[in-house]
Design a protein. Structure first.
Length: 128
């Protein structure tokens, strides 16, 4: 079982996301920053093309369109389902830099049944 926020976890996440439906226009280069973790700050990124996760790796992405920064505690609550990501964003618990219109265009995907099922599968394979 891969440990949360490791490259192994990101690799498993990508495999699980392969069956997500195509969503024309849902394309973004997203940098994530998780602050205050037990091993320090963690950087990872996603590259989405038409709703498909084509790349996700630990590290820093050149020229991200969006950078989302959140605390380790909030990120863990979001990942475990204890905190809704949209609610965290609205409460200012996720800081966003970059193309806000792109983020808002992607948000409806997080309410889709396919995405919610994916998140549940990811929770099941994750060691926290």
């Amino acid at each position: 079982m891969p440990k949360w926020l490791t490259q192994e976890w990101l690799d498993e996440q990508k495999k699980l996301a392969e069956d997500q439906p195509e969503r024309p226009g849902a394309t973004a280069r997203m940098q994530y920053v998780v602050t205050g973790g037990p091993d320090g700050d963690i950087h990872f990124y996603w590259v989405l093309e038409d709703g498909k996760l084509i790349e996700n790796n630990a590290g820093i992405l050149d020229d991200p369109e969006l950078t989302l920064t959140q605390s380790y505690e909030d990120a863990k609550k979001i990942q475990t389902g204890e905190l809704d990501a949209q609610a965290a964003f609205m409460q200012g618990r996720i800081k966003v830099e970059g193309n806000m219109a792109k983020l808002l265009a992607l948000m409806p995907i997080t309410n889709s049944p396919e995405y919610r099922a994916l998140q549940e599968r990811i929770r099941e394979i994750t060691e926290y």
